[in-house]
Design a protein around this ligand. Sequence first.
Ligand SMILES: [Zn+2]
Length: 369
Amino acid sequence: MNQFELEFHTHTLKYGGLYDHRSDSNCEIWEQLLELWKEAIRHYRLELTTAPDVNIFLINNLNVNACAFTVGQNHYIGIFVGAPMLLNALFREMLSSPDVLPVIGDISKEIRHPKLNHNQLTSVEHYFEASNWKKREVFPKDPLRNQLCQHFETLVMYFLVLHEYTHICNGHVGYSSEISGAAFYIEINMFDNPSFLRNEIRRTLEFDADNTAMSFLLDFILRRTAEGNINGESTNPLFLDPIIGTQFIVFALYSYWRLFDMYIHQWDGSHPPSPVRQSLLIDYILGYHLYTGGEHQLNEMRNRTKATVAEVEFAFSNISHEPYNPFGFLNVQNTEGNSYKINLKRHWNIVRELIEPHAYVAISPSTNI
Ligand SMILES: [Zn+2]
């Protein structure tokens, strides 16, 4: 272990410590993933040159989570190994079904598998139970579908990494460390001590992290789409079309939040409720298409977004016993979400003053709601 790995390990021991991916049989895959995530951070730092350097490591824990903290001058992002593993499983299950996104690739090669139960879909341990895993061996057979599956996982992981990085850059970690008097702040240990940060402050920080991450994710992906360079290699025309490319972003992130809803069972009041996160995504996507293609492209994208939401909902009902609701959150009258937004607006100016002295980058005067 080098100095940073050791420091990271010491501070995350309670949650499993540093995951030694070099002794894993999938070492190369983990290396590639870490490299991709670092690339998203590099992009962020090119845009915001005052943003600090950060170390990204894996945590030996099968839960779907991540964290950010600072020790002295050293910044860290920890990704629980369960997050990429469960996302990978979700998208493999979806794309290996000939019923999901049937227009992509050659579905005649794909075969139907038994549906997953709730535990298998929401827990890496249950999904990867040796007997189940050996029996399933679920991978998309068509190379394009397999590639798309990895692309979806990458998009969601970019979002997660950028969300954690925002906690550092925008001063959330610095502010929380100061008021807690602890050497570091981790979003996961909020559950250990719920009174640590007043809920409305924490919600505002989470929304700020989502908002900034979304803006950078879209900028990063759409720029790479324009350059014809997705995942650092692909020149598949499907990935280079800005309309289809954005549909893929909606598919990936909507799937993640849909899974997150099932995973945490009950909204804990901290992270934005899924409908709020989803409407943030769609606002950004539609805004981008209005800007680049005008009203016509906006309407086209609006229709495709609705269709994509229905496709994700269908995919969930196809691979698991989840009921099929073609409208997803689009027809949900979400009072919880509305009160969440109102509270954010009320608190943004207070929170901004608290985090600004700890921030490495300029803090937005508005919350973009
Ligand atoms: Zn967060």
